[in-house]
Write a protein that binds this ligand. Structure first.
Ligand code: THU
Length: 134
C-alpha cells in the first residue's frame, strides 16, 4: 500500500488543527487516500469550515474530497475521520452520500477514539447502504 491507516489518522489530526469552527467549537479533521486515472495514489486532508449562515458550513470529509477531486484524484480508497472530542466521529449523512459518489465496495472508513486510543475500520457501503445514484 502507498499509505497506512496510521498515517491517515495522523494527517487527519494535523488537519483538524486548522478547523474553522468558531460556532460549534467542534474540530474535525479528515484525510483521504485517493488515486487518479493512472492509478497514482496520493493523500489529501481537510478540516471543517464553518460559516455564520450555518448552512454554508462544509465538513472536513467534503473539504478533503473536494481538494482531491479538483486535482484529478477521484477514486476514494480510504478516509480517516477524527475530532477534538473523545469517542468516534462518524461522517454525517451528507458526507456519506457525497463520498459514496467516489467510492466502491471496498472503500474503507477509519475512525479513531482519542480517549481510548481505539481504531475502528468500516466500509463506506456499510455506513450508507443503498446510496442514491443517478
Ligand atoms: N462536521 C464535520 O466536519 N464532519 C461530520 O461528518 C460531522 C460534522 C462538522 C460540521 C460542523 O463544523 C461541526 O462538525 C459541528 O456539526
Amino acid at each position: 500500500m502507498d499509505y497506512t491507516y496510521e498515517e491517515l489518522i495522523e494527517k487527519a489530526y494535523k488537519a483538524s488543527e486548522f478547523a474553522y469552527s468558531p460556532y460549534s467549537k467542534f474540530n474535525v479533521g479528515a484525510a483521504v487516500a485517493v488515486s487518479d486515472f493512472a492509478g497514482e495514489v496520493k493523500m489529501f486532508t481537510g478540516c471543517n469550515v464553518e460559516n455564520s449562515s450555518y448552512g454554508g458550513t462544509i465538513c472536513a470529509e467534503r473539504t478533503a474530497m473536494c481538494k482531491a477531486v479538483s486535482e484529478g484524484y477521484s477514486k476514494l480508497m480510504a478516509i480517516a475521520v477524527v475530532s477534538s472530542e473523545g469517542s468516534y466521529t462518524y461522517p454525517c449523512g451528507i458526507c456519506r452520500q457525497f463520498l459514496s459518489e467516489f467510492s466502491d465496495k471496498e472503500t474503507v472508513v477509519i475512525l479513531h477514539d482519542k480517549d481510548k486510543n481505539n481504531v475502528k475500520k468500516m466500509l463506506l457501503c456499510e455506513l450508507i447502504p443503498e446510496a442514491f445514484t443517478l
